[in-house]
Design a binder for this molecule. Structure first.
Ligand code: HEM
Length: 424
């Protein structure tokens, strides 16, 4: 759906002389509209306009021009890449009334071309890209030549705390990629600087564009940057977990050693990023309340990957399936209806397979239980964070808020599977 376009004339727009920047972006968009192509789109200027004003406050004229450009690009047969259209959809979500959690985080753009990889190197690269970008933002904040996201700036003590926490989070992935500096006694700013430099040298060339296109805060509050990057990092991990669980289900009873290994990696990786919630707890309540006024309708209750993980583990109970939890992810319906097996069912088949020894079965069962424990732990921390940030305020996903989370946090991820030993 596109927004209705009045009959815009070039001179009408150019007379909207509010400030130089706005005038210049309007001018550039008009030029692009005359010769629409993905390459003539002034991407940096567009991103700057959105970042300087906040997505919620971008002038209507800019949105109208972007919408018209998108229409022309969609119609053209010059092979305009889907990436540009996806990017324009993200920019125009509020105007199109398609704004939700996925468009807020620009997930389609962030994950563009990501080919179902389950190798951990790709996961580490993606996590590092997001967290080092956040580190860069927080460390550069006091020295920015042109200030942006300058509402409620963070003081030096808070910035330092955040940098320490981000460094703690990036250490393991950076070690695995071999870019954690071996030099001892580096100060946090020195370490950050070195890490950014080392990662820059090895990250894929598309990473910078991906990062640049996916930080589109709704307002101009400093803390929203961290909020977005933390959510994107979780989404990166949830997506990876869902793929690995699918792989375990596909393996069925064929290679229990590999299945056990993969399940263990799922717990390790989820446990490793739990600390992101601690990082996020450094968000100031007043900052959150400030930008949250403009995120209504975008809630992680809509997270496709999170609900997919849940449904891959076991078929959700009818109560859960018919509740706000699954109503918020309508796109998952076709996947659920074509799903042939769950982790729970694989576990049951392994239990009864004569080709699998007791020891191997117990090891797999333990690895599945460890994963369940990691998810329940995540839910507990998440609930605690929601209570401290929101109190009794309702959620942006239209639930009653923290009390909704309280009710769902202890629901088992898997059905309890008895041991073979002693079970006959
Ligand atoms: C300031 C931090 C956060 C607060 C205050 C918060 C609050 C909430 C609330 C109130 C809900 C209920 C749905 C609604 O009405 O919106 C919810 C659901 C959810 N949140 Fe958060 N959240 C926070 C951070 C996060 C983060 C970092 C993630 C990671 C992706 C996340 C993932 C989820 C998920 C997956 C659900 C759905 C749970 C379910 O339906 O069982 N949240 N959150």
């Amino acid at each position: 759906m596109t927004i209705a376009l009045p009959n815009l004339r070039k001179d009408t727009i150019l007379n909207l002389d509010r400030d130089g920047t706005e005038n210049s972006i309007v001018h550039q968009l008009i030029l692009c509209l005359n010769r629409p192509s993905a390459t003539s789109l002034p991407v940096s200027e567009i991103v700057n306009t959105f970042q300087r004003q906040g997505k919620h406050f971008v002038p209507k004229e800019v949105l109208l021009l972007l919408s018209r450009i998108r229409d022309k690009l969609s119609e053209s047969d010059d092979g305009t890449d889907g990436w540009t259209i996806a990017f324009l959809d993200v920019l125009l979500d509020k105007a199109d009334q398609t704004y939700d959690y996925h468009s807020y985080l620009a997930l389609k753009v962030l994950f563009w071309g990501d080919e179902h990889r389950i190798d951990e190197t790709a996961l580490d690269e993606n996590i590092l890209a997001l967290l080092l970008d956040l580190l860069d933002f927080e460390t550069a904040a006091p020295n920015q030549a042109v200030r942006w996201l300058d509402r409620l700036p963070a003081d030096a003590e808070l910035l330092d705390l955040r940098c320490q926490r981000i460094l703690k989070l990036v250490q393991r992935p950076a070690e695995r990629l071999g870019i954690w500096p071996s030099t001892k006694d580096l100060s946090a700013p020195q370490l950050s600087h070195l890490l950014l430099e080392l990662f820059d040298r090895r990250c894929p060339p598309t990473t910078n564009a991906r990062l640049h296109h996916t930080i589109l805060p709704v307002a101009t509050v400093h803390d929203e940057y961290m909020f977005i990057r933390v959510l994107q990092t979780f989404e990166t991990v949830f997506r990876w977990l869902a793929r690995v669980l699918q792989r375990v289900i596909d393996l069925d009873t064929d290679n229990i050693d590999l299945s056990t290994h993969l399940m263990r990696r799922c717990s390790v990786r989820l446990n490793e990023v739990q600390f992101l919630l601690t990082l996020l707890s450094s968000m100031r309540k007043e900052a959150f309340a400030d930008f949250r006024r403009f995120t209504e309708g975008a809630s992680a209750i809509q997270s496709h990957s999170y609900k997919l993980i849940e449904a891959l583990c076991r078929t959700p109970d009818p109560d859960r399936l018919n509740s706000a939890a699954f109503q918020a992810v309508p796109g998952l319906k076709p996947i659920l209806s074509s799903q042939t097996s769950t982790l729970d069912q694989v576990l049951e088949r392994m239990k009864h397979s004569i080709a699998i020894s007791d020891t191997k079965f117990e090891a797999f069962k333990d690895s599945a239980t460890e994963f369940e424990t990691a998810v329940l732990r995540w839910r507990k921390f998440h609930h605690k964070l929601a209570v401290s940030m929101l109190g009794k305020t309702t959620g942006t996903g239209y639930t009653e808020g923290a009390s909704y989370l309280d009710k769902v946090k202890d629901a088992p991820l898997l059905l309890a599977t008895t041991s073979r030993r002693g079970s006959g």
